[in-house]
Write a protein that binds this ligand. Structure first.
Ligand code: GLA
Length: 351
């Protein structure tokens, strides 16, 4: 009998803590109400047949489950998920899947993870795979890293599975311990898409990760988390450029996340804003993952009265977040977008 299942998974912003997740560091994502929905129906012939309404090419793809081969299109996300499931001895039969998304793709808002997680939830129901949340996170992450070749951390998957819209999820990636930190009632965030896109698998993302690994080898440590701020200057002197700047970003960013937890608890929006802006400067100057468009949006947000603003996600294109007083985010975004010109758009107001 043909079975059917529908599942949704959320995108995310990350309040602060960027490029820290794969360095055993601290992150603070907030889930978005926007996300990816997968409607699936089983079929008898072992074929995966995919269609989407997203502005991507091709709109329709078919392949045989168990013979997943990358073709460089969005369908690789699905191939990654089914191939990892098959490798792990889950029985996945053929299926039709329609994928719809109100989350812009490749905009730094965790769309790849949301896609994989929505699909996993639908397939789990369709084929009685009994995937619990930790297994969903693991398989979605393996699809991204082992199959797609983007050596991303766990931020997006954890945020999508465990995140909520009105609170930040403070995660220590050393042991994945999580604590919920409510967003101050007086705060609101505008999420603005620059309209420019990144390509993690082939772009600078993997290079940054490698630079962190090389820096660790230089310093004789296994993770940059071992570098407390007190030992930073000494470590920086021992590192060639640009590794010193990469390390400075990661270590100071972890410290900013810690400070942001305190500032959120104290409802100190001005301080949270300063930390967001400092994070952007560090991502721009030390980690070098910003773009002229993202820098322009951040500047415009500041000029329009944002308490703080920064690029969100991996960078190299995508979106910014701008902190405003409750009720002010939409207006702030309109003023930013008026000066930014075409291509940009307000994606969401959080919470
Ligand atoms: C992307 C990756 C995450 C994380 C961020 C940067 O979103 O998927 O794992 O590294 O970039 O913080």
């Amino acid at each position: 009998m043909r079975r059917r299942a529908t599942a949704h998974a959320s995108g995310r912003i990350n309040l602060i803590g960027e490029h820290t997740d794969y360095n055993d560091g601290l992150v603070m994502p907030v889930a978005l109400s926007l996300g990816v929905t997968v409607e699936a129906g089983s079929r008898e012939d072992g074929i995966a047949h995919l269609t989407t309404d997203a502005p991507v090419f091709p709109r329709e793809v078919s392949y045989q489950i168990g013979s997943e081969r990358k073709d460089g299109t969005w369908a690789d996300r699905v191939r990654g998920v089914t191939s990892i499931l098959v490798q792990n001895s889950f029985h996945v039969g053929g299926f039709d899947a329609t994928i719809t998304s109100d989350l812009p793709l490749g905009a730094g808002l965790g769309s790849s993870a949301a896609f994989a997680i929505a699909l996993l939830r639908a397939l789990s129901e369709l084929f009685d795979l009994a995937l619990d949340d930790p297994a969903t996170v693991r398989v979605a992450h393996a699809a991204e890293t082992d199959f797609a070749g983007a050596r991303a951390g766990l931020l997006d998957q954890l945020a999508s599975v465990y995140g909520r819209e009105d609170e930040a999820l403070f995660i220590d990636m050393r042991d994945q311990a999580m604590r919920r930190v409510p967003l101050p009632r007086a705060a609101e965030l505008a999420v603005i898409d620059s309209g420019t896109r990144h390509e993690h698998a082939t772009g600078g993302y993997n290079r940054r990760r490698e630079e962190c690994e090389v820096a660790c080898r230089h310093l004789g440590i296994s993770s940059l988390r071992e570098l407390e701020t007190g030992r930073l200057d000494d470590a920086l002197e021992r590192l060639p450029s640009p590794l010193d700047r990469r390390v400075r970003h990661v270590v100071t960013e972890n410290a900013r996340v810690g400070e942001a937890v305190v500032a959120l608890g104290a409802q100190d929006l001005a301080r949270v804003g300063e930390l967001l802006s400092a994070s952007h400067r560090s991502l721009r100057d030390d980690y070098e993952v910003s773009t002229p468009e993202l820098d322009q949006l951040v500047e415009l947000a500041r000029g329009a009265g944002a308490l703080g603003s920064r690029l969100v996600g991996g960078g190299f294109g995508g979106s910014i977040i701008a902190l405003a007083h409750r009720g002010g985010a939409k207006d702030l975004a309109s003023r930013v977008l008026l000066s930014y010109g075409s291509g940009g758009r307000l994606v969401a107001v959080v919470p």
